[in-house]
Design a protein. Structure first.
Length: 444
């Protein structure tokens, strides 16, 4: 289950929350104030953080600021008293996931935690996208004509109020396009609010977007700013209807009260929305309302020219992270990357290079240091003579053997005994083989 950090200066509050969460199987960590929470975060990375607003030494807003700066992938739930709801709303504008008021209803509180944990994966994706889909001098890295077109559209439309619909496969970099659109607009001083509707159950989506009672929804939090709806295709039909009405009228109704709202909407989807329209799962009128400025992000397999500049960047990032001296990939490794179809796009490429930098034992990343699934997806066995095929098989088996040894050593933190147990071979044999392959050094 999840690991959750609870930050509150009241022992009783931490104890009650901890009991409720542990009953659900979650692991909890506790801190009495923001300063201690920051210290904990140096060694522990929780899936979600629950923090009080009013605390000594460092309050919840200052803690939130530090979390958003250093750990943007972690959702933060604020705890507040009724008298500080305005401060909690301000916290959401600054990036908090949601807030709960004291004394809180147990069911509502646990639902909020569940939604936060559900969005944690989306936040991690966002964090990876923001590292993966890169800018250089405020420009997206990419040598292809398709990416130049994307950047040109961003430059032309960022400063107007037209609705934008970003489509493309997962991992292609939608979040960075959203950030560019907001940062280059006249709304950049106002909030950019992210609504991860796919992490929210359909019955709760209306309250999440439009608010409920005194609790503000994402639309109101985005007042005068930008509202980013990630995976808009996951919205229920009733919520789609209300969103369409709001976008066309500039008003929405909450508890019989009509409210005016002004914001820019940027929506994104991995789904084929036209297919969902045909299937009766998405409203045609909402699609055309959102699709005023369409931006399509092509998959990496359709722009292989961008692979090498992205790889060069990732090598620099991870070589620095792991304190290694690595300069480039050899030709065979580059060929393997170019011929691979990249279903996970830039995010998968980034993870691939992180793995390769981890296991490389020299300044050059060779083909065998790439993740095993890339090696298995390589070219099929050549249709040549048996002798040639036999040599090819021997070469491939040697490569796979090396990958298996490297993975076993890596997962065992270099412990020969543990690695040998995983591989089912004698420790002496594994050590001899690993030394021959130059993937292991005896402890000094």
């Amino acid at each position: 289950m999840a690991k959750i950090l609870i930050v509150d200066d009241e022992d009783s509050v931490r104890k009650i929350i901890g009991i409720q969460l542990r009953r659900l199987g979650h692991e909890t960590i506790e801190a009495p104030d923001g300063s201690q929470a920051v210290e904990i975060l140096k060694t522990e990375i929780p899936d979600t953080i629950i923090t009080d607003l009013k605390m000594p030494k460092m309050d919840g807003l200052k803690l939130l600021q530090k979390i958003r700066k250093s750990y943007p992938q972690i959702p933060v739930i604020m705890i507040t008293a009724h008298g500080t709801i305005d401060t909690a709303v301000e916290a959401m504008k600054r990036g908090a996931f949601d807030y709960v008021t004291k004394p809180f209803n147990q069911e509502d509180f646990l639902n909020t935690v569940t939604r936060a944990l559900g969005s944690a994966e989306e936040l991690k994706k966002e964090f990876q996208r923001s590292r993966s889909f890169l800018r250089q001098e405020d420009k997206i890295i990419g040598t292809t004509e398709e990416m130049e077109k994307v950047y040109s559209i961003i430059e032309r439309v960022a400063n107007n109020n037209s609705n934008v619909l970003i489509t493309g496969e997962t991992g292609t970099g939608k979040e960075v396009v959203v950030r560019l659109l907001h940062d280059k607009s006249c709304r950049r001083e106002s909030p950019l609010v992210r609504a991860y509707v796919s992490a929210c159950p359909i019955p709760q989506q209306e309250a999440y977007l439009f608010g409920e009672g005194t609790k503000k929804g994402c639309l109101e939090l985005a007042e005068n700013g930008s509202l980013y709806i990630d995976e808009v295709g996951a919205l229920g039909l009733d919520v789609q209807a209300k969103l369409f009405e709001t976008l066309t009228s500039g008003q929405y109704v909450i508890e019989s009260e009509k409210r005016s709202i002004e914001f820019r909407i940027i929506a994104a989807s991995d789904f084929n929305l036209l297919q969902k329209i045909e299937n009766g799962q998405f409203r045609k009128d909402l699609f055309y309302c959102l699709n005023v400025v369409p931006i399509y992000l092509p998959p990496l397999r359709e722009r292989t020219q961008d692979i090498e500049p992205l790889v060069d960047h990732f090598i620099k990032v991870f070589a620095k992270k792991f304190s290694k001296t690595i300069s480039h990939l050899d030709d065979e490794a580059v060929f393997q990357l170019i011929q691979y179809p990249w279903p996970g796009n830039i995010r998968e490429l980034e993870n691939c290079i992180e793995f390769a930098v981890n296991v490389a034992d020299g300044p050059v990343i060779r083909r065998e240091y790439l993740p095993p699934h890339l090696l298995y997806s390589g070219p099929k066995l050549p249709q040549n003579t048996w002798a040639q095929n036999r040599d090819y098989l021997q070469e491939r088996l040697a490569q796979l053997e090396k990958v298996a040894i490297v993975e076993a050593l890596q997962s065992s933190n270099g412990d020969i005994l543990k690695a040998s147990q995983k591989l089912g071979v004698p420790p002496s044999l594994l050590e001899e083989k690993a030394l021959d392959l130059k993937v292991y050094r005896r402890p000094s």
